[in-house]
Design a protein around this ligand. Sequence first.
Ligand code: ASP
Length: 440
Amino acid sequence: MTGERCVVAKFGGTSLSDEAMFRKVKKIAEEDPSRRYFVPSAPGKRFPGDAKVTDLLIRLYEANRNGKETEAVLSGIFSRFDGIRTSLGLKEKVDLEGEFDLIRSRLAESPSRDYVLSRGEYLNGLLLSAYLDIPFIDAAEVIFFDGNGELEPELTNRVLSRRLARQPYAVIPGFYGSRPDGSLQIFSRGGSDITGSLVARAAGADLYENWTDVSGFLAADPRVVDRPRFIRTITYKELRELSYMGASVLHEDAIFPVKLSNIPIRIRNTNIPEDEGTTILPSRQTDGETLVGIAGRDDLSVIHIEKDRMDAIVGYAANILNILASLGISFHHTPAGIDSLDIILSDAELAGREDDVLRAIEEGACPDHIRIEKDLALFAAVGGKLSEDPAFASAVFKALSDEKIPVRIHCSSYRGMNLIVGVSKQDLPRAIRAVYGVFA
Ligand code: ASP
């Protein structure tokens, strides 16, 4: 791909849900010949209440496994693809009947869940390749997992880049790859984003476009803040902070392959292609800018531990974290005082195990005082060098105090670009509105 501009375009399920959406995608593809590689998801919802093809495939798999009738759901899936094929005039070019005969015969052999679920992307890839009239590359031949189901990023990159070097244009279906024994393996839900990122890295792309049904990331959750603004540029790191707190447009793991090669990701809206979208970059100028975005989550608890002279006891915190590790419990943050330590973790991680945790820490670390508080929410105010800007922190705390919202915890990493603040769960929406309002 040397010398020539190369863009990888991944299209999500809503962007390829029916004939009309396929037409929009083709227009986008033809508008810019530097768009060379296309990564489709399975057809998504066409209207509220509609089923995504991947969800229908889950239903198909379950019915087959439980020995129930599969023909009705199978023919529902067939008609989704056949509807697109027929209205786009691809009847001669795509042998859907042959593909469905194959699926039917595999169903008789109790296939793996991953095989069944991967068929949505595979079939949509066949349709898109026929419609754009460019070659199809089966993801099973170029995306690899090890025997434990972990992605093999370097092997994938080697094989995929060799393949793409011979193929200046191609469609590569998202969401799946293969294991060493040839069986198929899928990513977690929304994983076509990861395929797109792997293709962008292997192609040495100038840009990874992620086409979806929104015009990028919003600076706050629109269910909490009235008409928040769109974020124009954001760094990989800032995005990671917001995604952790619950801002979701892109699969979390999609950042890592392109980050290795400094390839920007741009979120675009298939329905409004003239919108610039949000660009995710390795770094950016932050002069004159304060808040990039704010996001929060209210599914957290805190284990509060007090111990006199904790600072003088070598390995005290490590001991407590080891106790949690031995119970198989992971934590998120550990803000600390002089003689106290707070361990923040998700409610789900603790559910039903509070007594075990308290007992194990009491026995193994003899704290002076320990308690679990379940009423914690955190929000992260993310931006340039926030933790180094005293005006920023004071504006956040003033906004909270004006609203009479007590601050339970706050922390920020050394030279970090976000400020994390803990409040009661019930105060979270008000806190986000108040802080966003200061910087809007
Ligand atoms: N079709 C899969 C899902 O619904 C993967 C994807 O769309 O990225 O999760």
